[in-house]
Structures are given as C-alpha cells and as structure tokens.
Design a protein around this ligand. Structure first.
Ligand code: SF4
Length: 220
C-alpha cells in the first residue's frame, strides 16, 4: 500500500528512475514562462509529446507573447502548429486566449487560480500547471497520469482528475505538490502506462497494490 508513511520514499525512487527520460513536453518547451506554459498546454492536449515539442518551438520562434501571436493570425498559427491534434481548433483557442489576456490582463498571464479559471477553456489542470511551472507557486496539476497512478496505488480512491486533485490537496505533503505532475507524467508514459503497465520491472512494485491492474480491469 502506498500512503503517507512511504510516499516520500516512493516519489524519491520515481524521481531517480525518470531522470533518464526526457521531461514532459510542456516542461521542455516552456522555459518557466507563464505564457509559454499556457500555450504549450493547449497544444499538448491529445497530442504526442514529440509533436508538441516541435510545434511549440516553431510557434514560439515566431511569437512568444500575446501581441505577436495575434499579429500572426489564426491561419499562420494553424500552419505552424500542424500536425498537433485538432490544430485548427487549437489555433482558434490560442487567438481567443491572447485576446482575453490583452483585453483583461494587460497582456500578462494572471498568477492566481481564480483569474486563470476565468480564461476561456482553461480548466484546473492547465491553471495548476501555469501556477507551478510559470510562477513557481503551489499547485497540484492532475492530468490523466496522476489520476490513474495515484488510484492504482490506492493513495486516493476517486473517479475524476478533479476529485483526485482535491484529495491530494488534503493528503499529499506540500513538499511534493509542485513535483508530482512532472514525475508521474514521465513515470506514466514509460512505466505505469495506461495499458499494460510494466509492473514486472517497476522500481516501486513492492509498495504497490496495483488496484484494478490486479483485477484485470486496468484503470486507464
Ligand atoms: S507496480 Fe505496476 S501498477 Fe504499480 S506503479 Fe508499478 S507499473 Fe504501476
């Protein structure tokens, strides 16, 4: 079982394990810049990391702030970010968020959860990532990897990523809040995969109850 008696040990082992893998796409391309975190997170939805990385770099070399992004226009943004998934919709979303940033926030990304959530299409996952990676503030970004893995551990027992975030906010020691997303995204991409997790070679297998993996249900 993984609980607060061993969570630090488990995350420490995972940290060493994932240090040999490339970091998740948004961490790689965003340079701790809140605007880049926001835009790269939009690009990363339902898109492979390697595609997100190339597309983000191309886009940011053409525009790295909301004013220049608007000057590029939707058509050019679509062209630059192709072939990320839903590239046309994402180009629209980028234009929309840039307009909001200019009209309501003087061209700056706001640094509070409350204000970030007012931006169109920005949910808690993105807002937390902007706070953590862009502003070095406390947040717990729960994506599908964090949700799946912490449930497999029995550390939480939840149905949605939002519920998982709320449980983690109650239970996870604060010192792990900022790091948990980066660690578990990488761990989930390479080891505790959605389908066929590599339990036989997993470095934390001895701690893990493999909930729903054991029963064959395999929580994705
Ligand atoms: S033992 Fe299996 S289910 Fe548990 S963390 Fe490792 S890969 Fe995931």
């Amino acid at each position: 079982m993984i609980d607060n008696s061993n969570i630090s040990e488990v995350l420490n082992i995972i940290s060493k394990t994932v240090s040999k893998f490339e970091k998740p796409a948004v961490s790689v391309v965003a340079d701790r810049d809140p605007f880049k975190v926001l835009i790269a997170t939009i690009l990363s939805a339902r898109t492979k990391d390697e595609v997100t990385i190339v597309a983000s770099r191309k886009l940011f070399s053409a525009a790295d702030n909301p004013y220049d992004m608007l000057k590029l226009g939707e058509e050019k943004i679509s062209e630059l970010i192709y072939p990320v998934g839903f590239y046309r919709n994402k180009a629209k979303a980028i234009i929309q968020v840039c307009k909001e940033l200019i009209e309501k926030y003087n061209g700056k990304v706001p640094d509070s959860m409350e204000e970030l959530l007012k931006l169109k299409d920005v949910g808690r996952k993105t807002a937390n990532l902007v706070l953590v990676l862009g502003f070095d503030k406390l947040g717990i970004c729960v994506d599908t990897h964090v949700h799946r893995i912490t449930n497999r551990w029995g550390y939480v027992k939840t149905k949605t990523p939002e519920e998982t975030e709320m449980e983690l906010r109650k239970k996870l020691p604060i010192k792990h809040w900022k790091e948990i997303n980066e660690l578990l995204v990488s761990f989930g991409q390479h080891i505790c995969k959605p389908v066929k997790p590599l339990c036989n070679t997993c470095p934390i297998e001895k701690f893990c109850p493999k909930i729903e993996v054991k029963t064959g249900k395999v929580k994705k």
